[in-house]
Design a protein around this ligand. Structure first.
Ligand SMILES: C[S@@+](CC[C@H](N)C(=O)[O-])C[C@H]1O[C@@H](n2cnc3c(N)ncnc32)[C@H](O)[C@@H]1O
Length: 281
């Protein structure tokens, strides 16, 4: 998969190219990442990349011509390199604008994108970009969440990082992405590392038992329980098998016994947040 990023701050992408799993995937040629700076496409002597919004008001917008020229160059670069080159997917590249007005990103959308075309990611700055640019050259708008960032770079980096994790060979063990939170519609189970006794809190016996079947069942139950406790909205969207329902009921009973209370839904702290999320949708 190839990423072309249109950004006024290409240096920020060193966070991906120089560190961790993303850096390794790039060095191995599993993905490629390059940036185009609209400033390189300006024609005036001040190399202007912002402009005033029509109608007045505070703030500036990204200047249209250099922005579109950079996006056009990104498309040309992917076409010239050819679908067969390097990490290319062979499908026509999609142009994405990172925007607070886009569809909220989630793991399901990222899993779908990871199967798809190369991507051109457009990072807005200032008050954003001219609507006609969105209408004419942007295929999709995606948001990191319902809050406003100062620029699209952090959102683009989050998206690229999440996509790289799903590329075959990017993780030490490809199966580990399958165990991540959300990938099966549930949160990941609680994990423990040494020491086995940490300030009086011990590791659950089953994890020390060496019984792989029992460990797998405990993990599935804890995963269901963690989702029930922290993100019950996810459970509402998931069809549980009979076995999973039994495991979750057992978890809830044990939780209630320990809590001394009878909760059919998760405790208030989580319930109120999740009810709000449900109402929003
Ligand atoms: C200050 S924001 C502009 C916000 C815009 N005036 C609005 O209210 O919709 C500047 C840029 O940051 C990026 N951005 C801000 N919040 C974002 C979010 N939640 N997800 C993705 N990108 C975001 C976009 O690229 C946007 O063009």
């Amino acid at each position: 998969m190839r990423f072309e990023v249109v950004t006024l701050f290409p240096e920020m992408f060193a966070a991906l190219t120089d560190y961790g799993i993303s850096s390794r995937a790039i060095k191995q040629g599993l993905v490629s990442l390059s940036c185009l700076n609209p400033r390189e496409f300006t024609t005036d002597k001040h190399r202007t990349v912002d402009d005033k919004p029509y109608g007045g008001g505070p703030g500036m917008l990204m200047k249209t011509e250099p922005l579109v020229a950079a996006i056009t160059a990104a498309k040309a670069r992917l076409q010239k390199a050819g679908p067969e080159s390097g990490a290319g997917t062979g499908q026509q590249a999609k142009t994405i604008y990172l925007s607070p007005q886009g569809k909220p990103l989630n793991q399901a959308a990222i899993e779908q994108m990871a199967q798809g075309s190369d991507l051109i990611l457009v990072c807005g700055r200032y008050q954003g970009i001219d609507t006609r640019v969105i209408d004419s050259v942007i295929d999709e708008e995606w948001s990191l969440g319902d809050f406003v960032l100062s620029g699209g770079e952090l959102a683009a980096m989050a998206l690229i990082d999440a996509l790289i994790r799903l590329q075959p060979g990017a993780l030490g063990d490809d199966d580990s992405a399958l165990q991540d939170s959300f990938s099966g519609g549930l949160l990941h189970w609680p994990e423990y590392t040494r020491p086995s006794d940490f300030a009086g809190a011990t590791v659950p016996e089953v994890l020390l038992s060496g019984d792989h079947k029992a460990i797998a069942q405990w993990r599935e139950q804890q995963s269901l329980g963690a989702t029930w406790l922290k993100r019950p909205d996810l459970l509402n969207r998931k069809n549980l098998s009979t076995k999973q329902r039994e495991l979750l009921d057992e978890f809830i009973n044990e939780y209630n016994l320990a809590d001394g209370d009878q909760n059919e839904s998760p405790p208030g702290k989580f319930r109120s947040e999740c009810d709000e999320q449900e109402q929003d949708h």
